[in-house]
Ligand binder design. Structure first.
Ligand SMILES: [Zn+2]
Length: 210
């Protein structure tokens, strides 16, 4: 399957694998089995996708996993789990894509903090756009970075009254923490395709919480 083929609703296996490994780390072996069963994805129990870039992990499966987390734990605790899974997924992702991010050289590390965040977000968006059929765009205002996801895999196939892409919020929170040497930033999903909005929109404060 060509990576360039348009309009494919599937993730590279590697990204699906990263998310399932992060889920297992956060939930434990028993609960991830329960979530996979509830999501109707028992074929993934003990058998995660291979660590390659083939586009075979259905976006819809990611949406089903998010719905199953809420189903198993309730909306609030499900949201907390999704945030934690997102944070863990960034750490696994960094191991796989750290070289492509290109953010470890001295020139990057000596940038002022705000420029480091900007470079990091743009680089991360570039990686997602290169390896996955979702489309991410970063916009900026004086006070915020705005992370726009077109064809968002996290809420794929879901309908909700409010934004549900907590996993994506968790990934970004952990990335910002990593870029800033441990600072905490307010990250909020303001619009979500699951709630009928055209793109999932995640708003990131440029100033850390003091
Ligand atoms: Zn979404």
């Amino acid at each position: 399957m060509s990576q360039l083929e348009p309009a494919i609703d599937r993730f590279p296996n590697k990204l699906g694998r990263i998310i399932l490994l992060a889920m297992e780390e956060v939930l434990g072996k028993n609960d991830i089995q329960a979530v996979l069963s509830l999501a109707g994805l028992t074929h993934y129990i003990g058998s995660y996708p291979p660590n390659d870039l083939e586009l075979s992990f259905e976006f819809g499966d990611l949406g089903k996993l998010q719905a199953a987390l809420e189903g198993l734990y309730g909306p609030l605790a499900g949201m907390g789990s999704s945030l934690r899974i997102g944070r863990a997924a960034f750490k696994y992702g960094l191991r796989e894509f750290g070289a492509e991010l290109g953010l470890t050289d001295l020139a990057f590390r000596t940038l002022p903090l705000d420029q480091r965040l900007e470079a990091g977000l743009l680089s991360f968006a570039g990686i997602l756009n290169r390896f996955s059929p979702e489309r991410v765009r970063v916009e900026q205002t004086e006070t915020h970075f705005i992370w726009l996801i077109h064809r968002c895999p996290v809420c794929w196939g879901r309908e909700a009254n409010q934004p549900v892409c907590h996993l994506a919020v968790g990934v970004l929170q952990e990335m910002l923490s990593w870029l800033s040497g441990g600072k905490h930033y307010i990250v909020v999903e303001s619009l979500c395709a699951a709630a009928g909005d055209p793109s999932c929109t995640i708003v990131i404060a440029r100033q850390p919480v003091e």
